[in-house]
Write a protein that binds this ligand. Structure first.
Ligand code: ATP
Ligand code: ATP
Ligand code: MG
Ligand code: MG
Length: 301
């Protein structure tokens, strides 16, 4: 690039690389979606089309960024997890975050007509998202972060479903519904829904559990026992061990091979528990960051 007398301004740029060897979570969240969901007449409390659209945009992001190992979505938010060994964009926070936000938003807008064929997007009411990156130093911290989001999904959904049951089936006004639910625990909310004609157990899993996205490899056999076994299973994949050095970077050829395998695997969406050990035990490739065995592939040699 040509030198100019103006070029010194580059020195004002902050590199802001994120701490090495930590799990980078980028969480994006829809801006003003309460208003947007009213404007586009989302069904309350859960509009399935809106969730499916979020998941389609999330899967597109996973497809475009092979360094992502997992994503978890609820409501108008999505958390994307970069593997702790990623060197993408020299781990610069702004680049890692803004690439996800803009890729997600592009797909969300592009795919909108597929999910809302009768509701065109309007100028002045465009879907936009904010994003932030947070580093988690251990697998425990990362799993607690994801557990926090899934518990939030459960708590919010129980409240919202009970609230809207009281309004739609119980004929209450918002204030009355709010007062009825104030101070109630989960069991009492379930009871209130039941007496108003809704069995919470029959609600769709996507509403109760959110959506987890990951690369689709063959599941490992379930491991009997406790989280101690998980730590050793995880240790054997080379993550979270007491290491005295940083992990070695793969050769360029090996990196290309990994990328290809990840593309081939495709992205799977599930609405299941990600808090318990089993999810992680059966999908060791998520934390190892290495490809697993493709579903249906035959081992040779
Ligand atoms: P902010 O800009 O601060 O994020 P917000 O209005 O987006 O404000 P959130 O706390 O992010 O507020 O909550 C998102 C809101 O969007 C929910 O409370 C709900 O009203 C609405 N919403 C999001 N997804 C759906 C959906 N699938 N079905 C129905 N409503 C939804
Ligand atoms: P990075 O992903 O690192 O940003 P990049 O390929 O986007 O890489 P930039 O340094 O952002 O590289 O440079 C943008 C490049 O895009 C320009 O060098 C030029 O080749 C091309 N480009 C951008 N705008 C135009 C335009 N209006 N017409 C033709 N080419 C353009
Ligand atoms: Mg929001
Ligand atoms: Mg939100």
């Amino acid at each position: 690039m040509a030198n100019s007398k103006y070029e010194y301004v580059r020195e004002f740029e902050q590199a802001e690389p994120l701490l090495k060897n930590t799990w980078i979570v980028v969480r994006i969240d829809g801006r003003g979606f309460h208003r947007l969901s009213t404007k586009y007449q989302f069904e309350k409390p859960n509009d399935k089309r809106a969730l499916d659209l979020m998941n389609a945009a999330g899967a597109a992001v996973m497809n475009e960024l092979p360094d992502l190992v997992l994503a978890y979505g609820i409501s108008d938010e999505y958390s994307f997890v970069y593997h702790k060994d990623t060197t993408l964009f020299e781990r610069r926070a702004a680049k890692l975050t803004s690439t996800i936000v803009s890729t997600f938003t592009s797909y969300y807008v592009f795919l909108w007509p597929q999910y809302f064929p009768d509701t065109p997007l309007l100028l002045g009411m465009m879907p936009t998202f904010d994003g932030r990156a947070v580093c988690y130093p251990t697998i425990g911290n990362l799993r607690d972060y994801l557990s926090w989001r899934q518990v939030d999904c459960h708590i919010n959904n129980t409240y919202n479903t009970a609230f809207w049951t009281l309004i739609l089936k119980g004929g209450m006004e918002a204030r009355e519904a709010e007062q009825t639910l104030s101070g109630t625990n989960t069991g009492q909310k379930n009871e209130i829904m039941y007496t108003n004609g809704l069995n919470y157990n029959n609600e769709l899993e996507i509403y109760k559990k959110g959506t987890v996205l990951y690369r689709d490899y063959e599941l490992a056999h379930p491991i009997e026992g406790s989280s101690e076994i998980l730590s050793s299973a995880v240790a054997s994949t080379g993550t979270d061990t007491i290491a005295s050095s940083l992990p070695e970077e793969l050769s360029k050829t090996a990196q290309e091979k990994e990328k290809k395998s990840k593309r081939k695997a495709g992205v799977k969406a599930e609405h299941i528990d990600i808090i318990k050990d089993e999810f992680w035990q059966r999908r060791p490739w998520i934390l190892s960051g290495r490809s697993g065995r493709l579903v249906g592939s035959v081992t040779t040699g």
